[in-house]
Design a binder for this molecule. Sequence first.
Ligand code: PEP
Length: 237
Amino acid sequence: MKLICANFKMNLTSRVLKIYLDEVSGKIKDNVVFFPSVLYLSMFKERGYTVGSQDISFKEFGSLTGDLSVTQLKEFGIDYTIIGHSERREFYNDSKYVKNKVKIALTNNIKTILCIGENLKEFEEGVTLDILKKELDTALKSNLKYINNDNLIIAYEPIWAIGTGKIPTNKILTETIKEIKDYLQESYNLKLKVLYGGSVNLENIIELEKISLIDGYLIGGASLNPDKFLSLINKVN
Ligand code: PEP
């Protein structure tokens, strides 16, 4: 079964989420992981869903105002975390911390969704693979002893596709995901799952499902509406 990650980002409130949870009740399979705001993790846990955090701190404890430690997050029952989302890389300089965050997550037995992706300029210049390899190297090189084929999952998210409604053609996506998988195998002897993220929606999911190399999806905007989300995940094999 493909892995489906619903990233709510900084959206929705407890009132709306109660309605959301009632609407999806009994219709969510085990392959779905919810990433709501940490404030609402327990609402999802109480209903028996698998949950993750949208980020973790690069340190376990300390004087880091506003940060959330993996140990604290584990108390809320997270099994997953996202690391290196492009929004965090852009606004919080996260590329600098990805290496430490991956180490902290994996040594605490938290499955890690590592986001990688090129921006529009890089895509147009044809340097996508250089960017992806660099981001993979930063996260993997010093952490190899903690990584196995189950605890690290790659989310390929072209930055220009996030929240824009644009996605790469199936041909480009197939080639890029194949290159990522080949690189992981050849350079690190790893066979990791690769998710696709970036404007996945009801209109494009049928085409995306034709790409057999995709192991799942990281879904932002289209996960916020319960009916749309249910229709979407019902189209995923
Ligand atoms: C994301 O931010 O990871 C994402 C995939 O968002 P969207 O689906 O809204 O493009």
